[in-house]
Design a protein. Structure first.
Length: 241
């Protein structure tokens, strides 16, 4: 995902980002918004993603980027009544029936002319059997409406540096769980599907305390002509609110 340091051309070619599974908690609420927190407890996270064409190094402007992740206690909106301290048995889309219509920590943004999107959210917690992560999907579109989308080009998950996550999980909103988060290398999806290349650069907003939250950034190289096998166009239609 990161820039190839050996390339010195003005428009460097990027590594193709590894795809990862969409997981069982995908839905398509069609929420075009930058701030997805909806007041959820947790340490603030200002997330910036740069989407580039891995073949040319050019920014991918106008792509629609969806993100979704759990709250500080490990719950996903739409599945808020699922116990996050018990492991689920399936990672397939739609494998777990929804329990509610909440929409916290979900949203979409169109890439600007530089291929960048920005989200205001919280540092995610975890659910049993997984490391801390954020889900991402990139859709190629021809206009400003969801109905004009053409294909889902890339689906992935973003991870966090262990040293930062350990400090976050000691914060009040994250403590007192009946299960423990996996380290990145213990997570089978991270280990088996390119998680090391999917780890965010993270640094604190404040100088003296983590309570002010964090900035996070990653450059994602995609094939703009690809059609992802992880989320198909009919999945977006099927799992709309």
């Amino acid at each position: 995902m990161d820039r190839d340091s050996a390339t010195a051309s003005p428009n460097p070619v990027y590594q193709l980002a590894p795809e990862q599974i969409a997981g069982p908690y995908f839905r398509n609420p069609q929420l075009l918004r930058r701030n997805i927190s909806e007041g959820a407890d947790g340490l603030p996270l200002l997330l910036r993603l740069s989407i580039v064409d891995a073949m040319t190094g050019e920014p991918v402007s106008g792509a629609l980027v969806d993100i979704w992740h759990c709250n500080a206690r490990g719950a996903y909106s739409g599945w808020s009544r699922i116990n996050p301290d018990l492991e689920v048995e399936s990672d397939a889309i739609g494998s777990i029936p929804r329990t509610d219509d909440d929409t916290y920590l979900r949203g979409s943004q169109f890439c600007d002319k530089k291929g960048k999107v920005r989200f205001t959210t919280i540092y995610p917690g975890f659910y049993a059997g997984r490391a801390l992560h954020i889900h991402v999907a990139v859709r190629m579109v021809t206009g400003s409406e969801y109905l004009e989308e053409r294909n889902v080009a890339w689906v992935g998950q973003l991870y966090f540096p262990e040293v930062v996550s350990r400090s976050v999980l000691n914060a009040k909103a994250y403590r007192g769980r009946a299960s423990a988060a996996l380290n990145n290398v213990e997570d089978s999806i991270y280990a088996g599907m390119g998680g090391e290349a999917s780890t965010l650069a993270v640094w604190p907003i404040g100088r003296d305390t983590y309570e002010d939250g964090f900035f996070g950034h990653l450059t994602i190289g995609i094939d703009t002509f690809a059609v992802s096998s992880q989320i198909k166009p009919e999945d977006f239609d099927k799992y709309t609110v």
